[in-house]
Design a protein around this ligand. Structure first.
Ligand SMILES: [Zn+2]
Length: 387
């Protein structure tokens, strides 16, 4: 008898087996069922409510699925053989009551028991994200992370347009856009979410149409409100990353202060004429500064170009908004070196990038260690004299 056959015979004798119908009943009582088949097999269907973890990742994921090693646990594969080996792996981790589903998914399906096609593992998913799935740094786990993530973009304008389009294309699960404006023809020179036919319609509606056409799987949340100190925390709560695509100081300070308060990464971008800048303000995620560490208070209104109608080369926000999208994806996937503590400048006329270190201000009123939140400041009247 070969070693494998001997082990299998031993496992058959020692692992408790459960018929698929009994497994359904156990599931109903809260016993986790782990489907250990490959993603390709799972994509054809899997028991309703099963945890889908390929055998290669079983040891890494099992603790979050079944924290109690003494509680019963069901394991299922395609025919009931592979699950026996998986059971052996789990026993070695200390799970004392692991049971294998007899006949596996084949029998489950033949008996007409409840099956679902898991979200994100269908054919659309494999085709749409194939270039991500090919990269070891992203792969299935990374793509699932993107699908489970949520990003809120303030401003569906020049910066928000390219950022939103690429984040939707990349498969970010929930994408919220905050904008209370309607599409104006003068926007179209750079705000590529919008179209000529949608001039006069709310920007969030226009954005939703474009993003849904690009990737119907993305949950697009349109928030047609002006950002205020009264709503900023409610709107930001529950999002993983905030992208600042605004063009005015009142919003920029509100975004910064709320992100500091909520511990959220603030992916900052700004453009003026031929120049742009990008950074990630995230004191909670490391040693980096917040926006107020650099600019504790807004400049006097007459010095702030954003209050008046400032000119900008239409292509430029495309570059800056995309850099914001890149940083956002890196944050979501935990990849690479973020623009935390660095401001990246782009000079389009000279075709040069340069970088400035931006240290944290230990005396910053907002993000300093142990600082009590000083409250939101209403800069709404700030621009009144400048327009
Ligand atoms: Zn600060």
């Amino acid at each position: 008898m070969k070693a494998k056959d001997r082990l299998l015979a031993e496992l058959r004798a020692s692992v408790p087996q459960v018929a698929p119908a009994d497994a359904v009943a156990m599931q109903a009582r809260g016993v986790p069922l782990v489907d250990v088949r490959d993603p390709e097999e799972v994509s054809q269907g899997s028991p309703v409510g099963a945890h889908r973890v390929g055998r290669g990742r079983l040891e890494l994921r099992i603790e979050e699925i079944a924290p109690d090693t003494a509680a019963p646990l069901l394991v299922m594969c395609d025919s009931g053989t592979c699950s026996l080996f998986a059971t052996e792996d789990l026993r070695r981790l200390g799970y004392s009551d692991v049971r294998s589903v007899t006949g596996g998914f084949t029998r489950w399906k033949n008996e007409g028991l409840p099956v679902e096609v898991p979200r994100g593992l269908d054919r659309d998913y494999r085709e749409r994200y194939s270039r991500h799935l090919l990269m070891p740094e992203v792969g299935d786990a990374g793509q699932q992370r993107l699908l489970d993530s949520s990003v809120l973009i303030v401003g569906a304008g020049g910066l928000g347009s390219p950022a939103a389009m690429y984040l939707a294309a990349a498969g970010v699960g929930r994408l919220a856009l905050v904008d209370h404006d309607v599409v104006d023809r003068s926007n179209l020179q750079r705000q590529i979410l919008h179209t000529d036919a949608r001039v006069g319609t709310p920007k969030i509606e226009s954005a939703r149409a474009t993003l849904k056409a690009l990737n119907p799987n993305v949950d697009v949340v349109g928030i047609g409100e002006r950002l205020t100190r009264g709503n900023v925390e409610r709107l930001f709560a529950g999002y993983d990353v905030i992208v600042d695509g605004t063009d005015n100081f009142p919003s920029r300070y509100l975004i910064n202060d709320a992100c500091v308060r909520l511990g959220l990464p603030n992916v900052h971008g700004a453009v003026y004429r031929f120049e742009g800048q990008v950074s990630v303000f995230w004191p909670a995620g490391g040693s980096g500064p917040c926006y107020r560490c650099l600019f504790p208070e807004p400049p006097p209104p007459e010095m702030a170009p954003s209050c008046a109608e400032a000119g900008v080369m239409g292509v430029l926000p495309g570059v800056i908004g995309l850099l914001q999208a890149v940083e956002t994806v890196k944050i979501l996937l935990g990849l690479g070196e973020l623009l935390v503590g660095r401001m990246l400048y782009y000079d389009a006329l000279r075709a040069r990038f340069s970088e400035l270190r931006v240290p944290r201000n230990p005396a910053c009123r907002y993000c300093a260690e142990g600082a009590e939140f000083p409250g939101y400041v209403d800069y709404e009247r700030f621009c009144a004299g400048a327009s």
